[in-house]
Write a protein that binds this ligand. Structure first.
Ligand code: SAM
Length: 274
């Protein structure tokens, strides 16, 4: 198994804090995450492979692994240590700048994701993947516990945000592992969680994301006020009533199904006024 701490010392590297470089050094955690990813025979996208702690295990059973890593020094070292793996592609890019159709052409139709995410852009990366039409069947993502709470949140909780609603519409999300700072080198100041996102059958609809983001745009305002920036103001009360919601409700109180009912009601109301 790849020993990131040993490699750092051997090659005189320093972990780049700004890039969220906290490397996984807990062998049991590495094996558990790879097992949770159910990568056997699959195409796998790994974001931020670093020194390859997960990569080295993923390539043993995945059909192919595409790694996207921003740090060129990590990419060079990975090429050395995992040299000869025919099912591995290492791409030296910023994941947030890789377009989704590029991801599809690198990975083919239908893939899974496994990553120990850089903490400073956890939500951006997760939502780039979850709030998209990409064909992803499963994501196994390690992240800071505080970020994980947003993906697991229920209505009325403080961390219930558009991220919660949009990701929960398309994925059933479970926390499978909790890790303490000692599982990493260097040790971060925070605890981490491993979440598994399992895709459901619902087709992707960008109108849903638009609606949810608008509904939450000003948290202290009612749904009725926020929706007036998306739909004709005179239609909003009828949309809310058609969805079976109270006129004074706020976005943070609504379940995913209630947001779905709201979108359906808006579509029906717009159609009836045409
Ligand atoms: N997978 C390795 C492990 O578990 O030991 C490293 C995980 S470390 C938490 C996050 C990795 O993401 C680092 O290797 C870092 O260089 C990389 N990274 C940071 N920002 C990135 C970005 N925008 N695009 C791609 N990789 C990024």
């Amino acid at each position: 198994m790849i020993d990131s701490k040993k490699l750092i010392k051997e090659y005189g590297l320093t972990a780049n804090k700004a890039l969220g470089q906290n490397f996984l050094v807990d062998e049991n955690a590495i094996l558990s995450i790879v097992e949770l990813s159910e990568c056997s025979g699959k195409s796998v996208l790994e974001i931020g492979p670093g020194l390859g702690a997960l990569t080295g295990e993923l390539i043993k059973s995945a059909k192919n692994v595409v790694c996207i890593e921003i740090d060129s020094a990590m990419c060079e070292l990975l090429k050395k240590t995992l040299d000869g793996a025919e099912n591995l592609d290492i791409v030296n890019r910023d994941i947030l700048k890789v377009k989704n159709d590029e991801l599809s052409s690198l990975l083919g139709e239908g893939f899974t994701v496994c990553a120990n995410l850089p903490y400073y852009i956890t939500s951006d990366i997760t939502m780039k993947l979850a709030d998209s039409a990409l064909c992803i069947s499963r994501m196994t993502l390690m992240m800071q516990q505080e970020a994980a709470e947003h993906f697991l949140a229920s209505p009325k909780q403080k961390c219930y945000t558009p991220v919660s609603v949009i990701s929960q519409r398309y994925y059933s999300i479970c926390e499978k592992l909790r890790l303490s700072p000692s599982s990493y080198y260097p040790e971060p100041a925070v605890h981490s969680s491993v979440l598994v996102f399992k895709r459901n059958e619902k087709p992707y609809d960008p109108a849903f994301s638009r609606l949810v983001k608008t509904a939450f745009s000003m948290r202290r305002k009612t749904l009725r006020n926020n929706l007036a920036s998306l739909y004709d103001k005179s239609l909003v009360p009828a949309i809310i009533e058609r969805a079976g919601l109270a006129p004074s409700c706020r976005a943070e109180e609504l379940t995913v199904s209630e947001f779905e009912a709201l979108l359906e009601a808006a579509n029906a109301e717009l159609l009836s006024r045409d």
